[in-house]
Design a protein around this ligand. Structure first.
Ligand SMILES: Nc1ncnc2c1ncn2[C@@H]1O[C@H](COP(=O)(O)OP(=O)(O)O)[C@@H](O)[C@H]1O
Ligand SMILES: [Mg+2]
Length: 240
């Protein structure tokens, strides 16, 4: 049998994932038993109503929390067994994040914020700055590079957040409700930007949303109800 094409190889593999949270004397089962494979270059949407377990799943996939049971692999690395230090290093080297609340550092300019992932990777300052500025131009913020987050609109801050997430070309970009604080027009702009980057750079993105409008951008839609996958839809991309 021939090797599958690169975009058909899984980058994220989840087996028997369960997550419980203690809550007083009780236990909340946020994820019951999740098996999931996400292919390289895919835009995967984790979809469901509030409380269905989307953020919990994202947090286990990105190594932000430890599963109660089961395994999570990213690019073959068993992240569910890594120590906190190994995880922190793995996240900096391999993962990117877009946050609902943008999470730009208020004391840094847009260019300085965007350059952060390269700082962690030991890239020299002039090179970091040039890369961050090129990326900011690309997201239409050429006129805001030396502005501070407080001087930028929500949409502009989120575009800077996207530039930061993709700058170092991480293996996977995670986004939990990235347009949750934006109006509908800005939501479309931001989603097109995220998906444009994912496609141009052939980058895997895992996106959490409760909004069916956003799920249409995905190649793979994973629907959660009560901590369980109830449906998985995979779209074939006509243009690559
Ligand atoms: N840290 C926590 N402690 C206790 N329960 C939690 C915690 N995080 C999430 N939960 C519970 O797990 C379930 C799934 O939550 P979550 O993953 O945040 O859902 P979603 O992102 O789909 O809205 C909910 O019942 C929520 O109350
Ligand atoms: Mg959530």
């Amino acid at each position: 049998m021939q090797d599958p094409s690169p975009r058909k190889r899984p980058i994220v593999e989840v087996r028997g994932l369960r997550k419980e949270y203690p809550l007083g004397d009780e236990t909340v089962v946020a994820l019951k038993h999740i098996d999931l494979s996400i292919m390289r270059g895919e835009i995967c949407c984790i979809f469901g109503t509030s409380g269905s377990g989307k953020s919990t799943l994202l947090n286990q996939l990105a190594g932000m929390e430890k599963p109660t049971r089961g395994e999570v692999r990213i690019g073959g690395a068993l992240i569910s067994r890594m120590s906190e230090e190994q995880l922190a290093a793995f996240r900096q080297r391999h993962l990117g994040f877009v946050f609902q609340s943008y999470n730009l550092l208020p004391s840094l300019t847009a260019a300085e914020n965007v350059a952060m992932p390269l700082l962690f990777r030991g890239v020299p300052p002039a090179q970091r700055d040039a890369a961050a500025r090129a990326m900011l131009k690309r997201v239409g913020l050429g006129h805001r590079m030396d502005h501070y987050p407080a001087q930028m609109s929500g949409g502009q801050q989120q575009r800077a957040g996207i530039a930061r997430a993709f700058l170092a070309r991480p293996d996977v970009v995670f986004a939990d409700e990235p347009t949750g604080n934006l109006d509908s027009r800005t939501t479309v702009e931001v989603m097109e930007m995220i998906c444009g980057f994912a496609r141009d750079f052939h980058q895997t993105i895992i996106l959490v949303t409760h909004d069916p409008e956003m799920a249409r951008y995905a190649d793979r839609i994973v629907t959660l109800i009560d901590g369980q996958i109830v449906r998985e839809d995979v779209k074939q991309r006509s243009v690559q």
